[in-house]
Write a protein that binds this ligand. Structure first.
Ligand SMILES: Nc1ncnc2c1ncn2[C@@H]1O[C@H](COP(=O)(O)OP(=O)(O)OP(=O)(O)O)[C@@H](O)[C@H]1O
Length: 268
């Protein structure tokens, strides 16, 4: 069975850099010759479409209504394929059992065409965030050096552990201002979480604070593409290299079926 890595990028708090990381990490993975699909499960404002400068014609709602396949709605951009955000994403986790088989098939059709599925989740701890995260194999929690980011990330991990029995989390420190700050932040966070929660936290690396991120949004071209020599671009490439070395667990059933079945099981 062809192994597919399913990666959810989450963080608890809004504005910590989930979308920037999802987009640039996806591009960097594509540069490592991975076939990447980026699913925008964040209905917030600064979403994947804006960062990549794409305009979606059709969305997952059209797949759910049976009008087209997932392949029809994917938008190619910068070497990756994007499943655009829509309110249909919310329906994915709330739909009834009759629709399950259809969507499982829709995702299964893609199974031979991708190596990594990256999911950019919304902020907060909504049911939809929890569903996407628990369906993924790897959970990347983005934190930055602000008390509210740390407490929100802690609350998210606690909930995912308590309600979904998730044990393993990878932590990315974003917007770091100096060498070693990311690792220090991780040590502090893991110190507290380790004392109160029985979870396994691993440090995935840091992305430095970089002005090119803001400029890239204005140009609607991701940093990795418009500022490939920037500090942030180098860090995204390092993160991609790290991610590409994580072992991909293969399931007895097809990898994509497994992902969607977990997804549609919702909170039950
Ligand atoms: N490493 C960084 N250096 C400087 N600015 C950054 C960095 N990462 C993200 N930003 C900026 O922070 C803001 C929020 O980033 P982003 O939209 O990626 O966060 P988010 O967690 O996806 O937000 P939301 O929860 O609203 O979807 C953006 O303006 C982005 O350009």
């Amino acid at each position: 069975m062809h192994p597919i890595q399913v990666l959810a990028v989450t963080g608890g708090k809004g504005g910590v850099g989930k979308t920037s990381i999802s987009v640039n990490l996806s591009l960097a993975l594509a540069q490592l010759d991975k076939r990447v699909v980026l699913m925008d499960a964040d209905l917030g404002l600064a979403n994947v479409d804006i960062l990549l400068g794409i305009k979606a014609q059709r969305t997952i709602a059209d797949v759910l209504s049976g009008e087209c396949s997932l392949r029809d709605i994917m938008v190619p951009s910068h070497g990756i394929n994007v499943i655009p955000a829509s309110s249909g994403v919310q329906s994915l986790v709330t739909m009834g059992p009759n629709q399950h088989a259809g969507i499982v098939n829709a995702f299964s059709e893609l199974a031979d065409e991708l190596d990594v599925l990256v999911i950019d989740t919304a902020a907060g701890i909504s049911d939809s965030v929890v569903s996407f995260v628990r369906a993924a194999q790897e959970v990347l929690v983005v934190v930055c050096d602000e008390p509210s980011s740390m407490t929100d990330a802690y609350a998210l991990i606690k909930l995912l552990h308590r309600d979904c029995h998730l044990q393993d989390f990878r932590i990315v420190a974003n917007m770091t201002r100096s060498e070693g700050e990311g690792r220090n932040m991780f040590n502090r966070f893991a110190g507290v979480a380790g004392r109160f929660l029985d979870v396994n936290l691993r440090y995935a690396g840091d992305i430095p604070f970089d002005e090119t991120l803001r400029k890239a949004v204005q140009r609607q071209r991701p940093t990795l593409d418009s500022y490939p020599g920037s500090k942030a671009a180098g860090a995204y490439r390092r993160l991609a290299k790290e991610v590409s070395q994580w072992p991909v667990r293969t399931q007895a059933t097809g990898q994509m079926e497994f992902f969607v079945e977990r997804l549609v099981q919702g909170m039950s």
